[in-house]
Design a protein around this ligand. Structure first.
Ligand code: PLP
Length: 435
């Protein structure tokens, strides 16, 4: 047998490792995972030399590309000093510098950064902050409920699941989720409905907070909202003393054009959650960032008013250094240019195809290209068209993980023109032929 064939077979055996239970996988029917050996820029490589273009930044985490040398050397620098220290009673420069950098990129109203280690825990932290904000004010507070959008996704832990869309993903856990009041998101043209539902809930004066993915709902199918509608909803909450939480875990860090999706709004939320691309995709890190008015409710001579919450890896110095290096890149002229370049290419591609009969909806927002295919089946994760799309793109060596019958391209900012063109050609094929 040829050497490369042997290697391929060997790697396939390795990838079928029976000790590992992968996330979001049904191992009885799914193909064996692909064994990645190295990665650079927007590409993943197998040992046999297969190159796969990472069109979705590996679940939206890779920001400037894989194996970015600036981030790499920044982490190495920290490695020569120390790797970790507990974050209660201790602090360090990477965490201090990162908090300063984050606050400098955000509107002035934000003043405190609380570190966690992923998106779900950034959301848990925000929810607990909101609940305790009212509890510290009055232990008998009536404000105990959360408002969220239908079709939202905020994570996989119990709190974040509770505020997410109630669907097949959470069915086995419904009994253990807390009560949430859902409203329709302010889709362009349907804002009034959403505003009316919000007003009705706010009148009851039982809500502590409203959590939302600003401007685009990610995991549930890249649903875009009216900025005007969202502004109005936040204003209403502010008027009624309800805290607002922007979950920027997907939208943050330049994905939709500006550094943060809230930069498109003319009102500011009280709390924002960051994770995913925060370290550029190198290490897990989350941040829950709040306004001073939140923090001041916890700042007291009474110990019990403290925020008694934390994670073992909170503020990990390696992750903080990685994030600092990534934010330096994000802030550079080069990165702004790259993001604009991606947006222009997306737009150029979409203008030619937007009226195609197989497309029911499509848009470009910043570096995000989103296409919804017309489907006879209800749009869902288990849509059979999804598997066909996934297999088509993988057979073309492109990593695009469809969300039901919706696909999106959200690439690392370093992606090159020829790589984008390869992705577009591959999307064109889905329109031109039957999968
Ligand atoms: C992915 C995601 C989360 C959860 O982040 P994890 O790091 O996977 O826990 C939360 N909110 C939004 C909007 C996300 O896209």
């Amino acid at each position: 047998m040829e050497k490369s064939k042997l290697l391929e077979r060997e790697n396939l055996e390795l990838s079928k490792n029976i000790n590992i239970w992968h996330p979001y996988s049904q191992h009885a029917v799914d193909k064996a995972p692909i064994l990645i050996d190295s990665a650079k820029g927007a590409s993943l490589y197998t040992k046999e030399g297969r190159e796969i273009i990472d069109a979705i930044s590996s679940w939206w985490v890779t920001l400037h590309g894989h194996a970015n040398s600036h981030i790499e050397s920044s982490i190495c620098q920290q490695l020569t000093k120390f790797e970790h220290v507990m974050f209660a009673g201790f602090t360090h420069k990477p965490a201090i510098n990162l908090a300063e950098k984050l606050l400098s990129l955000l509107p002035d109203v934000f003043s405190k950064v609380f570190y966690t280690d992923n998106g779900s825990t950034a959301v848990e932290t925000a929810l607990k902050m909101a609940f305790q904000f009212f509890y510290n004010e009055d232990p008998n507070t009536r404000r105990k409920k959360v408002i969220a959008f239908r079709g939202s996704y905020h994570g996989d832990t119990f709190g974040s699941m509770s505020v997410s869309q109630r669907d097949l993903f959470v069915d086995p856990f419904l009994h253990a989720l807390f009560d949430v009041e859902y409203i329709d998101p302010p889709i362009l043209g349907f804002e009034d409905q959403s505003i009316f539902q919000m007003e009705t809930i706010l009148k009851k004066q039982q809500s502590a907070c409203f959590i939302f993915e600003p401007v685009v709902q990610g995991a549930s199918g890249m649903r875009k909202h009216s900025v005007k509608g969202l502004n109005k909803l936040i204003c209403l909450c502010q008027k009624h003393g309800v805290l607002t939480i922007a979950d920027e875990v997907m939208t943050g860090l330049g994905r939709l054009g500006p550094n943060f999706a809230i930069d498109m709004l003319n009102v500011f939320p009280d709390i924002i959650c960051l994770a995913k691309g925060l370290t550029g995709g190198f290490l897990p890190l989350g941040a829950t960032i709040c306004q001073e008015k939140i923090y001041s409710k916890f700042f007291s001579s009474e110990r019990k008013k403290a925020f008694l919450h934390g994670h073992s890896y909170a503020g990990n110095p390696l992750a903080c250094k990685s994030a600092l290096a990534s934010l330096e890149l994000l802030d550079s002229k080069k990165c702004v240019k790259q993001r604009k370049f991606i947006e222009l290419q997306h737009e150029k591609f979409l203008t030619n195809w937007i009226d195609h009969p197989k497309i029911s909806n499509a848009y470009v927002l910043g570096t995000l290209l989103c296409i919804e295919y017309k489907s006879l089946e209800k749009s869902s994760y288990f849509n059979s068209f999804r598997d066909k799309l996934l297999n088509h793109f993988l057979s073309e060596n492109i990593l695009i993980r469809p969300l039901g019958n919706v696909i999106h391209v959200l690439p690392p900012y370093c992606i090159e023109l020829k790589q984008l063109e390869k992705i577009y050609r591959s999307i064109e094929k889905t329109l031109e032929k039957d999968l």
